[in-house]
Structure formats: structure tokens, C-alpha cells
Ligand binder design. Structure first.
Ligand code: HEM
Length: 399
């Protein structure tokens, strides 16, 4: 079988299930050519993705960061200040500092505010006739939540969203803009983060920025430059992914009216349904590691320095782990999907994203009796981000 899972165009019809199934069955650790020369290992089975994620000594996030394309040294230095780009021992102290804002107690305290935001969104949506569900509806909640956590002035929210979209969707000409604009976006966003850090240093605020910038990590304060990278990651990580979960999740419900009706009548089933949406929508197809030494995975020798790509969106459909993986089953239990990764880098915002999706759906059900798709949705053209860019729909108001 001809395998091309690098080209962003390979994802414009969604997850390439056929190719992924072939890889899992025939070449679970597969050498894939890279268009800029050389290649990389593609790991497609659930068990092997877990092994790579777990073994941070052999598979480094810091050495070459988490994107399949190698980065220039100056950018690599910058992204190594993101949690996602740190190995132990740097990783744990910073992660411990950030995680204090994402505990279940903190999230429970945040819930009324997030619900309020979701209600406002439904009110505004109620006045629209036909809309692009992704842009007009699903995107507002993640941006508002992340910006509230960071205490960013409301007039800056659209700008944060635009920057973060540019950072994640560079390969889609409809979204990404020119390479210069994409570079510019990450520089401007970092500069804005730097400014915020300077403003809030030693001011004793209670938002996530103040917490981070005034925090000692191993006896040293986070510098403004380190903070700027971290800021970009948190703002970007929380936007596109959660929007993808919400819009693709609702699409799945529109295509499975029996599940829609069941959830509408029994919202207590939403947490389990959201897990199944995560398995299906898997907003990030992959993250990468770099082998620190020669090793072996599923019988395949991997050389020191090799790139290793963990295909989450394949692992989530591994027939050795999920019974009838192609069934959308809101009652699936257990559901050990890998949409949030695994191991020391397991998504820090996982429970926040779950809560946002649940509250969005609860408020959606309250206001609307359904949605009608008025055209086929189109996928973002990307080998990293899995989600729709456009989903034309009409909302059916309750009478
Ligand atoms: C549906 C939504 C989301 C998905 C699918 C998602 C997915 C992921 C994945 C796959 C990882 C990497 C795990 C690994 O390398 O093993 C990750 C890490 C991370 N995510 Fe998320 N994410 C989502 C939402 C969020 C939100 C809302 C936030 C912030 C508020 C966030 C912040 C982070 C951070 C800070 C990390 C790095 C953690 C570390 O390296 O220790 N994410 N996420």
C-alpha cells in the first residue's frame, strides 16, 4: 500500500483510517520519508505509543521538540521553554507549578464562570440564521476560558485567537497565511506574553500569569523570556484543540441522532460521551520524540537521533484495544484513548477541556433542540491538527 501520511492533503477527508489500519497490521513502526530529506519512524499501535510516551529517557521531547519537521536552532531554544519541550529534570517543577491551577477543586470553582460564558454564546447564536459552527460557535468558549484564566483584557481576545490559529494551521492556505505571517504571529504573541510578564512581575495578582511569573522553580524565578514561550503554548494549546473537540463532537452527534436524543434526555451521560468524542475527534494527530540512544521498538531497531512520531489518531482506533473501534459508542467503557497523550506530558488542560465540552453541550441542549447540517464540513489541511475549519449549520431553537 502506498503510504503518505506526511502531506497535509492526506488529511483533508479526515483521519486516513485505511492507511493507519494497514500500518498497524503490517508495519507498526514504519520508516516514512520526509520531504526535506531523511525520514522518521511512525508508531501507529496503541501499546507502542504508550511505550514511547512513558519512556522519556529514551524518547526525548526536548532534543528536537514535538513537531515532525526539524526546527532552526533559535526557534528550538525558544520552544524548549514550553512544558511540552522539556525533559526531566526541568519538566517536573514547572509542571507542578502550573498544575495547581488545573486541580479538580480549581476547575469546580471555575465551572459557573465557564457555564456563564457558554450561555452567552448560545444567546448570541440564537440570533443567527445560518452559521459556520466552528468559527461562530465552537471557537468562542475555549478562547474566552483561556483568556479569562490568563486575565487578558477582553479587547485582546480576538487577537489571541488569530495568533493561535496562525500558529497551528500554517499548512492550510485558508487559515494559515503566508510563512512570514505565521512566523510573525508567534513572535508577536511571544512579545505580548513578555509584556504581560513584565507588567505582572511582583504585583501579587491571582491569575495564571501572575502565578507563573512570580513562581520559583528549583529556587529560581521563571524569567520573562521563559514565560513568553510558556504563554504561547498555553494560549495555543487551549484554543484550536478544544474548538476541534466541540465542533467535531457536535458533528458526531448530528450524524448519530439516537446518541443526540439519549444525551439530551440524560446529560449525566455526557462525561462518557465526551471521552468517545475525544477518541474519534483526536484533535492532534501526533506528537514527536527523538531517540536519545539506539533502541528497539516492536522488533524494529531505532538509531540514536531518529525522529519518532506517535500517531494518536491511529492508536485511538487500534482493534487490539477497542472493541468495534469504528463504532461511535457513547457508553464505551473502558475508553483508554490517547487524545491527551500519555505519561509525564499528559495534557495539563485535559480536565478543563472535558469540562468545557460538557458545559457547552449542556447549554446547547438547553437552548436548541438540534442542529441541521446545511453542507458538508471541510477539514483543516494539516498533518497535525485534526478538525473542521468550516461546518455550515442551522440551529433549531426550542419553541
Ligand atoms: C481537547 C483539547 C485538548 C487536546 C486534545 C490536547 C492534547 C494534548 C496533547 C496530546 C498533549 C501532549 C501529551 C504528550 O506529549 O504526551 C498536550 C499537552 C499539553 N496541553 Fe493539551 N490538549 C487539549 C486542551 C488543552 C487545554 C485547554 C490546555 C490549557 C489550558 C492545554 C494545555 C496543555 C499543556 C500545558 C501541555 C503540556 C504538558 C506537559 O508537557 O507537561 N491543553 N495536550
Amino acid at each position: 500500500m502506498k503510504i503518505d501520511i506526511y502531506s497535509p492533503e492526506s488529511y483533508t477527508s479526515g483521519i486516513p483510517h485505511e492507511e493507519f489500519a494497514w500500518l498497524r497490521a503490517n508495519a507498526p513502526v514504519y520508516w516514512h520519508q520526509h520531504p526535506q530529506g531523511g525520514g522518521y519512524w511512525v508508531v501507529s499501535r496503541h501499546a507502542d505509543v504508550v511505550t514511547v510516551s512513558r519512556d522519556f529517557k529514551t524518547y526525548s521531547a526536548e532534543q528536537g521538540f514535538v513537531m515532525v519537521d526539524d526546527m532552526d536552532d533559535d526557534i528550538l531554544q525558544m520552544v524548549r521553554n514550553q512544558l511540552l519541550g522539556m525533559d526531566p529534570p526541568r519538566h517536573a517543577p514547572l509542571r507542578r507549578a502550573v498544575i495547581t491551577r488545573f486541580t479538580s477543586k480549581r476547575l469546580a470553582a471555575l465551572e459557573p464562570q465557564v457555564r456563564e460564558i457558554a450561555r452567552g454564546i448560545m444567546e448570541r447564536a440564537g440570533a443567527m440564521d445560518e452559521l459556520n459552527f466552528v468559527e461562530d460557535l465552537a471557537g468562542d468558549l475555549p478562547t474566552a476560558v483561556i483568556c479569562s484564566l490568563l486575565d487578558i483584557p477582553e479587547d485582546m481576545w480576538p487577537q489571541i485567537r488569530r495568533w493561535s490559529d496562525l500558529c497551528t494551521s500554517a499548512s492550510d492556505p485558508d487559515l494559515g497565511g503566508t510563512p512570514e505571517e505565521v512566523n510573525q504571529a508567534s513572535i508577536e504573541m511571544g512579545t505580548y506574553g513578555f509584556q504581560l510578564a513584565c507588567e505582572r512581575k511582583d504585583k501579587g495578582g491571582d491569575d495564571l500569569i501572575s502565578l507563573l511569573i512570580n513562581q520559583e522553580v528549583d529556587g529560581e524565578k521563571v524569567t520573562e523570556a521563559e514565560f513568553a514561550s510558556l504563554f504561547v503554548q498555553i494560549a495555543v494549546a487551549g484554543n484550536e484543540t478544544t474548538r476541534g473537540l466541540i465542533s467535531s463532537g457536535l458533528y458526531l452527534l448530528a450524524k448519530h441522532p439516537e446518541a443526540y436524543r439519549e444525551l439530551e434526555a440524560n446529560p449525566e451521560l455526557l462525561p462518557s460521551a465526551v471521552e468517545e468524542m475525544l477518541r474519534w475527534t483526536c484533535p492532534l494527530h501526533y506528537f514527536r520524540r527523538t531517540a536519545t540512544c539506539e533502541t528497539e521498538l516492536a522488533g524494529q531497531v531505532i538509531a540514536a537521533g531518529d525522529r519518532v512520531v506517535m500517531l494518536y489518531s491511529s492508536a485511538n482506533f487500534d482493534e487490539n484495544v477497542f472493541i468495534k473501534p469504528m463504532d461511535f459508542d457513547i457508553h464505551r467503557n473502558p475508553n483508554p484513548h490517547l487524545a491527551f497523550g500519555y505519561g509525564i506530558h499528559l495534557c495539563l488542560g485535559a480536565n478543563l477541556a472535558r469540562m468545557e465540552a460538557r458545559l457547552f453541550l449542556e447549554e446547547f441542549f438547553r437552548k436548541f433542540r438540534g442542529l441541521e447540517l446545511t453542507g458538508e464540513p471541510t477539514y483543516i489541511c494539516s498533518n497535525l491538527v485534526h478538525g473542521y475549519k468550516e461546518m455550515p449549520a442551522r440551529l433549531l431553537a426550542r419553541d
